[in-house]
Design a protein around this ligand. Structure first.
Ligand SMILES: Cc1cc2nc3c(=O)[nH]c(=O)nc-3n(C[C@H](O)[C@H](O)[C@H](O)COP(=O)(O)OP(=O)(O)OC[C@H]3O[C@@H](n4cnc5c(N)ncnc54)[C@H](O)[C@@H]3O)c2cc1C
Length: 363
């Protein structure tokens, strides 16, 4: 039976950073995934968040700003498309300008930098509605597929073993069973076993004896803007947590977003998914045009109509509950000595991953 220091379950952004960090701490590492790239890490907005929104003292707040710095460092060393476009959070057509100030204070508390308040942002950025906006100049967008590919390449270059097509079936660090796509099994052992299985991390945690955690997937749907528009800036509404005091709502609101390829997308909304494979787009172009019209438009009315929007793609948020109660932060839990579980790694997981994995005791 092969013996390693660390085995990671799941080669999304989080598992890949766990593997890379373990390697850089001098550990021998294997990382298994039946279909790397098909999880949450392949279906998101690709935004490197500046850390504006998160509750002070939370793991999200702690790791978003540092994770962004570490990710940018990694990107400098690898061929990953990045658009350093910055972002506006506007009170839009209906929101409260004071809530923008509230968000600004929260962002400063979280250590976010390169921020400014803009009065009437439409004077600087065409069509952006609202009396006031928070401008985060350091927010960037990356090609998340290229980012994941570069992480996998780094793992292999630095001596890790990427077990593509291999799925964790059962076991604890003493005896880990993996199966390939034909169902053939092999066993390995390790000192540390890390569950970074994204949407499936709850069922693995439960089988390991960690009671009460449940992931209820929430779909985020995107529409693509069919026409070009001269605004190279991400534009977000105020998040529900600030607007309506909805403390358990972690979605950031339907926003105007640009991919490094230049394509413009609008999304994501938040819809309860029927399963962990439910990627169907159910919202209509009219609904998305209405949401977009709250942040971009003219005094006279909308700039974009439903005809300007085509269905794009959808991703699933791993919304975490414990004993039926929503948990809004990332969770890292140990079910038995050396078996760690990363649960509820939703946004800003892409940004925070490089730093979050430092919570794991590799040293
Ligand atoms: C709509 C949406 C938009 C988002 N936008 C942003 C954003 O702009 N910025 C940001 O910072 N974050 C964003 N996020 C969050 C971010 O995408 C996630 O936090 C991050 O990608 C989670 O990565 P992961 O590695 O935990 O999960 P995944 O990428 O899902 O990786 C888990 C992997 O585990 C594998 N797996 C499952 N079961 C097993 C098993 N039994 N054995 C082995 N492997 C297994 C799966 O195949 C998968 O590849 C967004 C998320 C969503 C849904």
């Amino acid at each position: 039976m092969a013996q390693l220091d660390v085995i990671v379950i799941g080669a999304g952004i989080v598992g890949s950073w766990a593997a890379l960090h373990a390697l850089r701490c001098g550990r021998s590492v294997a990382i298994a995934d039946p279909s790397p790239g098909d999880g949450i890490s392949g279906r998101n907005s690709g935004v490197l968040h500046a850390g504006l929104y998160y509750k002070n003292g939370s793991l999200k707040a702690k790791h978003c700003t540092r994770g962004k710095r570490l990710t940018e460092q990694f990107i400098e060393e690898h061929p990953i498309p990045i658009l350093r476009c910055g972002k506006l959070v506007t009170c839009g057509r209906w929101g409260s300008a004071d809530a923008v100030d509230e968000l600004y204070e929260k962002a400063l508390d979280n250590g976010a930098d390169e921020l400014e308040i803009l009065q009437e942002p439409g004077r600087f950025f065409p069509g952006v509605l609202g009396a006031r906006a928070l401008h985060s100049k350091g927010t960037a967008v990356i090609d998340s597929a290229a980012y994941l590919k570069a992480l996998h390449h780094a793992i292999e270059t630095e001596g890790g073993v990427l077990l593509k097509g291999r799925r964790y079936v059962e076991g604890d660090p003493q005896e880990v069973t993996l199966a390939d796509n034909t169902g053939a099994c092999e066993t390995m052992s390790c000192d540390m076993l890390i569950n970074a299985a994204g949407l499936d991390s709850d069922s693995i945690a439960l089988r390991a004896g960690l009671q009460g955690y449940e992931i209820r997937p929430v779909r985020g749907e995107y529409f693509r803007l069919r026409k070009s528009y001269p605004l190279e800036k991400l534009v977000y509404p105020l998040p529900a947590s600030v607007m309506k005091g909805a403390k358990n709502d972690t979605a950031l609101g339907v926003h105007y977003t640009i991919h490094p390829s230049g394509e413009i997308y609008v999304g994501p909304n938040a819809v309860a998914a029927s399963s962990k494979e439910d990627y169907h787009i159910t919202a209509t172009a009219e609904e998305f045009a209405d949401s977009l019209g709250e942040i971009i438009g003219t005094a006279a009315g909308p700039i974009f109509t439903a005809d300007d929007l085509a269905p794009g793609y959808a991703g699933l948020r791993p919304r975490l509950f414990k004993n039926g109660v929503a948990i809004t932060d990332f969770v890292i839990a140990e079910s038995s000595p050396g078996f760690f579980h990363l649960l509820g790694i939703e946004s800003p997981g892409l940004t925070a991953a490089a730093s979050l994995v430092e919570e794991l005791p590799f040293r």
